[in-house]
Design a protein around this ligand. Structure first.
Ligand code: SAM
Length: 472
């Protein structure tokens, strides 16, 4: 029985509701009148239900598909302007007791080098990341209660926040670790994490159980209800995602939006972010062996429809994707990207020779952070290292409130300008810096509020003079 307010995974992600939505979408994929009605509602920029969004995803009318893309681009601009937030993943440990068939960290993989960073090694990684200019990290670890217990994760977070190297500091640590208990989520919350990210991989229970044949992750209900426990533990910023390629993208898209609706219905706050990972080649993983791979056009359509359905939810694309694909998705709704990423344990301080590599998957975008920043600016984007929402307690429903009222510009735009300025002063190559200084001058001119503008101008002078005590 479908019930978005239920705390039971099989009721808030009811299989029957997903299937009946898919049938409805299929039946209406060329229903011009209905599609126009949905598009008109979407133009209010307050989102759509999973049913409405599923119809847009299936839409086969060429002119309407163009409108869908244009609307996604407009919503992206209205909510997020030209800002793109940067982050990097930090792999702490690839010990894992699970049997996920798409992930090379699965327990049966006996030849991949297993590594777990010591606190000293974490320090080296963080210094290397700070020297690139990063301020936001997403920590990643396999699930292994013996090698990676919660105490290890908490100690690592403490270490990361404690490192102040030159002008660097990590101001926000997001966490992507396996589903855990309310008690452990409380501890993560108390450790000052930013977003708790957990990919569902697939919402289809039957496929989920096959794709996770062994280990604690096999438990569909425990995994799917993780965000509820995270919220109960006090974490109000959660990040959703499915791994495209495992199951039918139509099923995943619909169920993902149902998950977002569930969080909104029960906790009054939807997901802070939605990530869009696609399965990639990895150590003993061949993506071609999975039947549900999606091409770039479908991927772009999914991104556009998510943007329209949940305008106030940030969207993330990682270096799993190529420069070309990332460029396309940036226009359609992506608000955060990773840059200069390494997906191996210890990969920043000392890159590994290939045969000793512990990487989780091959990255497609191998450019340095400096190259990514320059590229973004050349495309007209404003790269941001802003973490102010977190620093000033603007998280969860408070953040959503600002975002839903499209007030995000007043906070985020100045912070983006100033954090870019810090980056240019401290880390950029001369070429990137030259482009960046011009961009900053242009962006300051766009600030409408005279008080904000004059504060930004004064702070930019302070940053040039070496001051770094800002709370972005
Ligand atoms: N072990 C934690 C968990 O179970 O959620 C942490 C997640 S793992 C380090 C990060 C994510 O990488 C996974 O949730 C999965 O979606 C993704 N991933 C695993 N194998 C992948 C592959 N071959 N290609 C692309 N992404 C992959």
């Amino acid at each position: 029985m479908y019930n978005p307010k239920s705390l039971n995974a099989e009721e808030f992600i009811s299989n029957e509701e997903v299937l009946s939505t898919l049938k409805y979408a299929e039946e209406n994929k060329d229903n011009r009148e209905l599609i126009d009605e949905i598009l008109n509602k979407a133009r209010e920029e307050k989102g759509l239900t999973h049913r409405e969004a599923a119809v847009l995803l299936d839409c086969t009318l060429e002119d309407k598909n163009k409108e869908i893309i244009q609307l996604a681009e407009k919503i992206k601009r209205d909510y997020y302007g030209n800002r793109i937030v940067l982050f990097a993943p930090l792999y702490l440990s690839n010990y894992c007791v699970n049997g996920c068939v798409y992930c090379p960290y699965h327990a049966k993989n006996k030849h991949i080098p297993r590594r777990k960073l010591t606190q000293e090694e974490i320090k080296n990684e963080v210094i290397a990341l700070q020297d690139m200019g990063h301020k936001r990290l997403a920590i990643e670890a396999g699930e292994d209660p013996v090698n990676n217990p919660i105490e290890y994760i908490l100690e690592s977070i403490k270490t990361i926040y404690s490192i102040k190297h030159k002008n660097g500091a990590i101001r926000r640590v997001n966490v992507n670790i396996a589903a855990t208990t309310v008690e452990n989520y409380k501890k993560l919350h108390e450790a000052g994490i930013g977003t708790y990210i957990l990919f569902q991989e697939t919402y289809n229970k039957e496929s989920y159980e096959k794709l996770h044949p062994t280990g604690p992750k096999h438990n569909y209900k425990y995994h799917t209800e993780a965000m509820d426990r995270a919220m109960q533990g006090g974490i109000d910023d959660v990040g959703l995602g499915v791994l495209y390629g495992l199951e039918s993208y139509r099923y995943e898209f619909t169920a993902l939006l149902m998950h977002a609706e569930h969080l909104e219905a029960v906790y009054g706050v939807g997901p802070h972010t939605i990530s869009l990972p696609r399965i990639k080649k990895a150590d003993d993983i061949n993506p071609e062996e999975f039947d549900n791979g999606i091409d770039d056009d479908t991927f772009a359509k999914i991104a556009a429809c998510i943007r329209i359905a949940v305008p106030y939810t940030g969207m993330i694309i990682s270096t799993r994707e190529t420069e070309k694909c990332r460029e396309r998705l940036l226009h359609l709704g992506i608000s955060q990207i990773s840059g200069g990423s390494k997906t191996s344990v210890g990969g920043y301080f000392q890159p590994m020779p290939e045969k000793e590599d512990s990487a989780q998957f091959d990255v497609s975008d191998r450019r340095s952070l400096d190259e990514v920043i320059r590229w973004l600016m050349e495309l007209g984007y404003l790269p941001s290292f802003c973490t102010a929402c977190y620093g000033s307690g603007r998280t969860g429903d408070r953040f959503m409130d600002i975002c839903k009222h499209q007030q995000i510009h007043n906070f985020c735009h100045p912070n983006a300008i100033m954090t870019l300025k810090e980056y240019l002063e401290d880390y950029a190559s001369p070429e990137t810096r030259a482009i960046g200084e011009k961009l900053i001058a242009k962006e300051v001119e766009t600030l409408q509020n005279p008080d904000i503008k004059s504060t930004v101008e004064k702070d930019l002078v302070k940053i040039s003079g070496g001051e770094r005590n800002f709370k972005f």
